[in-house]
Design a protein around this ligand. Structure first.
Ligand code: PEP
Ligand code: MG
Length: 575
């Protein structure tokens, strides 16, 4: 069994299809001065052919997937149009190298520059150069265009990594799921899998060394577990889970219309987390009554200029238009060190996750923060928009954020721009200091939302980015559970709502426990909502309370997990 990161929920069993993207392969040859003109002519013909192909793919993906996922084709078109790129290749040709070698070396050079960037998203730009280079070389070599080997039967696609350029060209009807060596929950492949509603396990390290084409794989996209050629017992256990999962998905139509409430009639809010505006469609399809966490980093990633107030406003507006009057909680930026776009990069820090991250970074780039606050306020005129700030660790930070929020309102008023002056302001509780003193923040906010992903890492001193860390298992540590309980209790004492939007909220195994601890609002990846609703509808609050009381008496995450699984099994709710 290999454990990576859950990229998109669901369980699937199927054959492996190994995808290896085109390699940058080229011949090296010295050419004479007379040949150079012809080589340059060939280059320009290849560039114009590549431009034609890419423009076609760009318009198709734009129509099919929208702006979010077609943007990098535009980036690739820009590379082709970039005079510096052309000049660099021509320079190598005039120095006596054949055009294929000149293209290959130029591309490798640009890839090297981007790969050495501290910004992870700039590193992804290297893929765009690789794709452009492969396309040009293929054209120069006169090879037919077959971007991907055809998948003959429905399969699980296994790859080192998958860029959107790769994935949008695979026949989607044949994709059962994705497994990749690299990647995190917000990688292209995870986002795409969630919108295709197929499971994905990412960040699995060297899995390509172990899987061969046609191997039978079990993929659990909720936990990131992949099993290669499982034994009979494991296979039948997972087949059952796969069936239950599919049955549950098929029930979607029916659960969709049913209210989200416990057996004894307590209403439970089920909201969705999204990383891209277009994911709101999937949220609605899965019965989300609102967006409990809209992360905003994606709009800022991998670009050289900061999105201005209007661009941000339009981006958020896309979600609000999809969600209508349903609540949409927009979180302000939560970048840290090497993950930040370079216009948000400050002085070098040895450990930015314990330094200038989230709200602290926003304070260091106050103008960026103010612009974001203004654009979120602008969009509040069109729907039920709420704002939420991340990584609050002390009351002073919240006060300062509120001051800047007020200043943003004043600026908009002065400009005569409409917004909702009563827009709700909430905070993520994801640092233990805040969890322990949650009630002290109450005068400044309308709601709390528990971010268990970070709460786990800062409480248990485990790095959430480590591939071996399963955030949900870790969240069952008694220390984390006690913090969660105290936040929920504090919320009740000060009469403020408490939601949970960390991954724990989307893990069905924990639903009874969380209900029993008093949680009434869950925000999770959209695909998990039907399953959560099924559990919620099957129990009473007093049953859930009993489960919570028992779980809180156990001493290790393993014991608690076993107990929760047994409780679900006894109710025939276990997947
Ligand atoms: C969390 O920390 O639980 C959370 C929801 O935020 P993120 O995963 O974006 O840090
Ligand atoms: Mg967080």
């Amino acid at each position: 069994m290999l454990r990576g990161i859950g990229g998109a929920p669901g369980i699937v069993i199927g054959k492996a299809f190994i995808f290896r993207p085109e390699e940058l392969v080229f011949d090296r040859r010295q050419i004479s001065a007379e040949e150079a003109d012809n080589e340059i002519f060939r280059l320009h013909q290849a560039i114009s052919q590549a431009h034609k192909e890419l423009s076609g793919i760009y318009s198709r993906t734009l129509a099919e997937f929208g702006r979010d996922r077609s943007g990098f084709f535009q980036t690739q078109l820009m590379i082709l149009e970039d005079p510096a790129f052309d000049t660099e290749i021509v320079r190598r040709v005039t120095e006596g190298h054949n055009v294929e070698a000149s293209v290959g070396e130029t591309v490798a050079n640009f890839m090297g520059i981007y790969m050495s960037s501290r910004d992870l998203h700039m590193q992804e730009r290297a893929n765009d150069y690789r794709d452009v280079g492969c396309r040009l070389l293929r054209i120069l070599l006169g090879q037919a265009w077959s971007p991907l080997p055809q998948i003959r039967e429905k399969s699980i696609v296994v790859a080192r990594e998958l860029t959107t350029a790769d994935t949008v060209q695979i026949d989607r009807d044949k994709i059962l799921g994705f497994v990749t060596e690299s990647g995190v929950r917000t990688s292209t492949v995870s986002i795409l899998a969630r919108s295709l509603e197929v499971p994905a396990a990412v960040g699995l390290g060297k899995i390509l060394d172990r899987v061969r084409a046609g191997d039978l794989l079990v993929v659990d996209g909720s936990t990131g577990v992949v099993i290669i050629n499982p034994d009979e017992k494991t296979l039948s256990e997972y087949r059952k889970r796969e069936e239950t999962y599919i049955a549950c998905k098929n029930q979607l139509q029916t659960t969709h219309e049913m209210p989200s409430q416990t057996k004894d009639g307590t209403a439970i809010r089920l909201w969705a987390n999204i990383d891209l505006p277009s994911e709101a469609v999937c949220a609605l399809a899965n019965g989300a009554e609102g967006i409990g966490l809209m992360r905003t980093e994606h709009l800022f990633m991998g670009r050289e200029d900061m999105p201005d107030e209007i661009e941000q406003y339009e981006y958020y507006l896309e979600v609000v238009s999809i969600m209508g009057n349903r609540p949409v909680v927009i979180r302000t930026l939560d970048f840290a060190g090497p993950n930040s776009p370079f216009f948000l990069t400050g002085a070098y820090e040895p450990n930015p996750f314990l330094g200038c991250r989230g709200i602290r970074l926003s304070f260091n780039f106050e103008q960026v923060f103010k612009t974001q606050l203004k654009s979120i306020l602008r969009v509040s005129a069109h729907g039920n928009v709420k704002i939420m700030v991340p990584m609050i660790s002390r009351v002073e930070e919240l006060r300062r954020a509120k001051e800047l929020f007020k200043a943003a309102m004043e600026a908009l008023t002065a400009e005569g721009v409409k917004f909702n002056p009563k827009m709700e302001f909430g905070m993520l509780v994801e640092v233990p200091s805040t969890a322990l003193t949650a009630e002290l923040f109450a005068p400044h906010i309308n709601f709390y939302s528990i971010g268990t992903n970070d709460l786990v890492q800062y409480t248990l001193a485990v790095d959430r980015r480590m591939e071996k860390i399963n955030l949900v298992d870790q969240a069952l540590h008694p220390a984390v559970l006690r913090l969660i309980r105290s936040i929920i209790d504090a919320g009740r004492a000060v009469d403020k709502s408490v939601a949970m939007c960390g991954e724990m909220a989307g893990e069905p195994m924990t639903t009874l426990l969380l209900l029993g601890l008093g949680l009434r609002q869950f925000s999770a990846v959209a695909g998990s909502l039907p399953e959560l609703k099924k559990i919620i509808r099957a129990v009473t609050i007093s049953e859930a309370r009993e489960v919570a009381i028992n779980a809180m008496q156990l001493s290790t995450p393993e014991e608690i997990k076993q107990y929760l699984q047994d409780e679900l099994k006894s109710r025939r709710l276990y997947f």
